[in-house]
Design a binder for this molecule. Structure first.
Ligand SMILES: C[S@@+](CC[C@H](N)C(=O)[O-])C[C@H]1O[C@@H](n2cnc3c(N)ncnc32)[C@H](O)[C@@H]1O
Length: 258
């Protein structure tokens, strides 16, 4: 009998709970997948019913206030729930195995609310007329999304989105300690996922006022997010992360990594 089977047999009463946690993790993951795919359509204006420049007309003041409120809600949810102190408090009420899935589900639902309630601000800030150049910019934007997806797999896609935790819990296996990774993109920049988002949001052949607001606020939020995340990363990986930070640039590969 394997160690995993022994553990599973030792806790038969919790089998239903562990299966429920696994199903919850699966639902959270599928919700995330839907949300991120919808996000591509929302920003690019392709293949979704409600994109960034589509929706009922409203006054400029209302549009700015509602859109800022939606982005602030996401920023607060995303930053607060990612902090260690919040996680410890939160885990008094939910099992540790579904902590990440809960975070992923809340972030996805907050984003879906943003997509649904976003008020278009259609005034055109810039519009590239040359079709070849416009195509290059659209391609660049999709390249941004490719960087985002690839990078999640480079550090650990299934752990980032909670599936690893609920699967290990299902088979009675402990989660391994977090591992510091610097593969591929991470050798050139410390935050390729965030860089991918910045490219995807800014590379637009036609930039509306609403899209510009979205790109500017999310970029500012990314800088705040990085500050908070790096504080945790230094706490988790210590000297190793400090040396990495000296060697590799944050978002743009100006410095050469050794
Ligand atoms: C949404 S990911 C963003 C990762 C990174 N900031 C980026 O833009 O590619 C956040 C999670 O990645 C983890 N993380 C960030 N850099 C890491 C690295 N080099 N190795 C392992 N985990 C990392 C953080 O601890 C956090 O849980």
């Amino acid at each position: 009998m394997t160690e995993t089977q022994t553990l599973s047999r030792a806790m038969p009463g919790s089998r239903v709970l562990r299966f429920t946690a696994f199903v919850f993790g699966g639902v959270a993951y599928l919700t995330f997948l839907f949300t991120i795919l919808y996000a591509i359509g929302f920003v690019s204006g392709l293949a979704v019913p409600k994109a960034i420049d589509i929706g009922a007309k409203s006054g400029a003041f209302e549009a700015i206030m509602v859109n800022l409120a939606l982005m602030s809600l996401f920023a607060v949810q995303h930053s607060v729930m990612a902090r260690k102190s919040f996680k410890y408090w939160w885990m008094q009420f939910i099992p540790k195995s579904v902590e990440r899935s809960t975070y992923v589900l809340c972030a996805s639902l907050t984003l879906l609310l943003l997509f649904w309630q976003w008020r278009p601000m259609p005034a055109v800030v810039w519009s590239i007329q040359d079709p070849d150049l416009a195509m290059v910019i659209v391609t660049l934007s999709f390249f941004g999304w490719v960087i985002v997806f690839t990078s999640t797999f480079l550090i650990n896609h299934f752990e980032l989105f909670g599936l690893h935790q609920v699967t290990n819990n299902l088979v009675g296996r402990e989660m391994p300690a977090p591992v510091f990774r610097t593969p591929f993109f991470y050798r050139f920049v410390r935050h390729p996922i965030y860089l991918g988002f910045i490219i995807a949001f800014w590379a637009a052949p036609t930039m509306s006022a609403g899209h510009l607001l979205f790109a500017a606020v999310t970029t500012a939020y990314i800088f705040v997010g990085i500050m908070l995340e790096e504080r945790d990363l230094v706490g988790m990986f210590g000297e190793e992360y400090l040396r990495y930070r000296e060697r590799v640039s944050m978002l743009f590969p100006w410095r050469r990594s050794s």
